[in-house]
Write a protein that binds this ligand. Structure first.
Ligand code: SF4
Length: 402
């Protein structure tokens, strides 16, 4: 049986798709859409996203596009998009099943796999995601996630440790801790720093990385974690705006000064740390002057990478009713402006690290060149016949766009 999975949206969705792939791998050959050119897939699974109305539209387009590629496949939909709007997806012409639980998909695959030829897909065991919590209580005014995912719920630490060690035993060298709001992790008063400490102490993981984290919830213990060389000095800390007025109207839980203080402390603890972030451009009420505040703040911090999003109204959120919307052409211009600054900052970060001894985990290797990421998330290319999933030591002298 052959299954194609398409994952829309964030790392939490990526994690759920990866786990689904693992769970189904003894029953079917499962690949990510675009990775393998099946002509005869039996099932298409689309893990939907609803973070913006654009994400909703893209999820629906993905279903239509895949059905054209695999006309005979059964179409299964799950994830945030179909959880929030099940009716919309049930009414789509090409959708056969809308599920809320992974178990429902497994059951369907069990039924369909009876009588199919048995085969499995070999995963590329380099980097695996481990989800430690779900949901969010923050209710940022632009965000639909608390409605789509519900309140914060943490996975017990012992389960996280077991999952990490299981993946390490399977050969994964790097584990990326993910969730919707990982900084809010709480298992019997154990916070995110306690959990990371336990993972480093009690598992054999070679490299441990965090995915996106909010600027609150950093305890004194967190800064000490960088003393362990297996904890990657790379944090993606959501900023969204460098202007306090906009941060307040976004209902974010910090001011720009708090963010700057946090980055300073992190750089004291780990001087070559890579700080990446998200910025929403053109949020309601963002005048030219307020946008300039964000630009000045971003320059002051010096990020190594910024994901730039033009603000788009999400029905069902508080900000959808805000009246002072920014015109699309203005958002576009501001995004382009910030993007130029971002490119320069990314290059500056590389220059700061150039010539350093670095460790990379090889993710691709062909024609005598290997490509991978350093612990502080610089993508680089090295000459030599290295194996995928090999950790190698190099002198950093080749910048690649990541
Ligand atoms: S912290 Fe804010 S933006 Fe992030 S998931 Fe929670 S509500 Fe959404």
């Amino acid at each position: 049986m052959k299954i194609v999975i398409k994952t829309m949206g964030c790392k939490a969705n990526r994690y759920e798709s990866d786990r689904l792939k693992e769970d189904l791998s003894d029953k079917a050959m499962v690949v990510d859409a675009g990775v393998c050119d099946f002509k005869d897939a039996d099932m298409i699974i689309v893990n939907t996203c609803t973070v913006t109305h654009v994400a909703d539209r893209k999820s629906r387009q993905a279903i239509t596009g895949l059905k054209k590629l695999y006309p005979k496949a059964v179409v299964v939909v799950f994830g945030c998009g179909s959880n929030v709007n099940p009716k919309t997806y049930k009414n789509l012409q090409n959708v056969d099943h809308v599920f809320t639980e992974r178990k429902e998909i497994e059951k369907l695959v069990d039924n369909m796999a009876d009588g199919c030829e048995h085969s499995t897909a070999a995963p590329n065991r380099t980097r695996a995601l481990v989800k430690i919590q779900d949901g969010c209580n923050n209710f940022c005014s632009y965000c639909i996630v608390p409605y789509a995912r519900g309140r914060e719920k943490s996975k017990p630490a012992y389960e996280v440790l077991e999952e990490v060690q299981k993946l390490v035993n399977k050969g994964y060298k790097e584990i990326v801790i993910t969730g919707i709001n990982i900084g809010a992790y709480n298992d019997n008063s154990k916070n995110i720093a306690d959990l990371i400490e336990q993972i480093l102490d009690r598992t054999d993981v070679k490299r441990l990385r965090l995915s996106s984290i909010e600027p609150q919830n950093f305890t004194n213990k967190f800064f000490k974690l960088f003393e362990n060389p297996r904890f990657c000095p790379h944090l993606h800390i959501s900023l969204q705006s460098g202007c306090d007025k906009i941060l307040k109207s976004m209902n974010r839980r910090y001011l720009s000064e708090d963010y700057a203080t946090l980055v300073n402390r992190l750089r004291e603890a780990s001087p070559k740390i890579s700080i990446t972030t998200d910025v929403i451009v053109g949020f309601s009420g963002e005048t030219e002057g307020l946008f300039t505040e964000t630009i000045n703040f971003v320059k002051k911090i010096g990020f190594s990478k910024i994901h730039i999003f033009p603000y788009s109204i999400r029905k069902g959120t508080a900000a959808a009713d805000f009246v002072d919307q920014v015109p699309d052409d203005v958002k576009k211009k501001r995004c382009a402006f910030l993007s130029e600054i971002e490119k320069q900052m990314r290059h500056d970060f590389y220059e700061k690290n150039k010539g350093d001894d670095a460790e990379i985990l090889v993710e691709n290797s062909k024609n005598g060149f290997a490509v991978g990421f350093t612990k502080n998330y610089i993508k680089t290319r090295v000459q030599g016949n290295f194996k995928v999933n090999e950790i190698i030591h190099i002198t950093l002298d080749n910048e690649l766009k990541s």
